[in-house]
Design a binder for this molecule. Structure first.
Ligand code: SF4
Length: 386
């Protein structure tokens, strides 16, 4: 039988493997053994699975295979050694995953969807649009590929901040984390995962009910509802007065603080008004703040859509698009409106927050020279590694 007709068992959950073995006339415990062979012993060859009899090994070999996604391209940032991998699945769909150095270890930024339907104005992925969800197996595949690529360095943590909004693929994301963290599987603690969300109230509540112990990062980016709506289309249906309580519930359930991701965009989110509102907001939620200077989106040739340069305060309002209005009020921003703030503006913002907020970190974006992952989001990985 050709490989193309075989059913791939890679990515099946423990229950999925038990069901598979029962369908082949075996007891469920054979599924647990298969689970261990594939995820713990990383075997892809049924004929080597020595605790199965020959008849079962041959049957599995005839009907199934163990197919991981493959790396089709690699780029490495020459300065900070961040490495971006283009990963291809069996249907030809591709996503990016990024390995980011964090001191002596590495952090993995993995994707949860092919593309993204949210369309945040500052995000390269949002410009591409949504193609499909990744299966749990395709996420487990990224993890296993990454673990094999780390060499002698330890994989410290995993952040779901690559392509896609993880909470719009909630069931598969949770199944992937449960499989990876299972003692019978890869044994990588669920607490080492951070799920990054743009802030979807209902999905955060569902995640809370699932009682997962992973970290949650909220892409806040603006502490004022009207401003947030101009940056993040889904903010209108997920207002801050509902979103913050939902995140608070998650923090109480998981026993860990929420990370508030905050992009500093010159003249837009780096103002003192925003700093004051952000300080007030942090009183309502156990959190830490991660400030990320805006990382310009680049086109497929690597040319920034807006020039990478710092701007002096006061010049931004005169730039294209920032003051235009529609009949419904200020129009949503476009990538052409965004600039990296000056170092002075960054320092002022951070210094205002620092004594007023529990934990404030400023991260320099990594992988800028290879437009890593979601354009903006790679810098956040380092923070999540702690
Ligand atoms: S920032 Fe995240 S949610 Fe927003 S468009 Fe990009 S991938 Fe989607």
């Amino acid at each position: 039988m050709s490989t193309a007709r075989k059913i791939n068992v890679f990515g099946l959950s423990l229950k999925g493997m038990e069901d598979l073995m029962v369908a082949h006339g075996e007891k469920p415990f054979r599924g647990r053994q298969l689970f261990q062979w594939i995820y713990q012993k990383e075997s892809t060859d049924f004929t080597q699975m020595s605790n199965f009899n020959k008849e079962l090994r041959d049957l599995l070999d005839a009907k199934h295979d163990v197919r991981l996604p493959e790396v089709v391209r690699k780029q490495r940032d020459p300065e900070d050694t961040t490495a971006k991998y283009l990963v291809k699945f069996s249907d030809g769909a591709m996503v990016e995953m990024v390995l980011i150095p964090v001191r002596e270890r590495l952090a993995l930024c993995m994707s949860s969807q092919v593309g993204c339907s949210i369309g945040c104005k500052f995000c390269a992925t949002g410009l591409v649009g949504f193609k499909r969800n990744l299966s749990a197996g395709e996420m487990i595949g990224q993890f296993m590929l990454a673990r094999n690529l780390t060499g002698d360095k330890e994989l410290a943590n995993v952040v779901m901040m690559g392509l896609g909004e993880p909470l719009l693929n909630l069931e598969n994301v949770v199944e992937a984390i449960r499989t990876i963290s299972s003692e019978q599987g890869l044994g990588f603690s669920a607490r080492k995962f951070t799920i990054s969300t743009v802030g979807l109230v209902n999905e955060i509540r569902k995640l809370t009910e699932m009682r997962l112990k992973s970290g949650l990062a909220l892409s806040l980016h603006a502490p004022i509802q009207s401003l947030r709506e101009r940056l993040i289309p889904s903010a209108k249906d997920n207002p801050l007065d509902k979103l913050i309580p939902a995140c608070r519930e998650y923090a109480l359930q998981s026993g860990d603080r929420i990370t508030l991701e905050y992009i500093l965009i010159a003249g837009i989110t780096d103002t003192m008004l925003c700093a004051k509102e952000l300080a007030l907001l942090t009183r309502k939620i156990p959190c830490k703040i991660n400030l990320i200077p805006y990382n310009p989106i680049v086109d497929p040739k690597g040319v920034p859509l807006a020039p990478i340069k710092e701007v002096k305060k006061g010049r931004v309002a005169a730039m294209r698009g920032t003051t235009a209005r529609t009949s419904d009020g200020p129009k949503p921003y476009s990538p052409y409106d965004f600039r990296t703030p000056s170092q002075d503006a960054i320092d002022q913002f951070r210094e205002y927050l620092y004594p007023r907020c529990p934990a404030v970190t400023l991260r320099t974006p990594k992988g800028r020279r290879i437009a890593a992952a979601c354009g903006q989001l790679v810098a956040q990985v380092e923070k999540a590694a702690g």
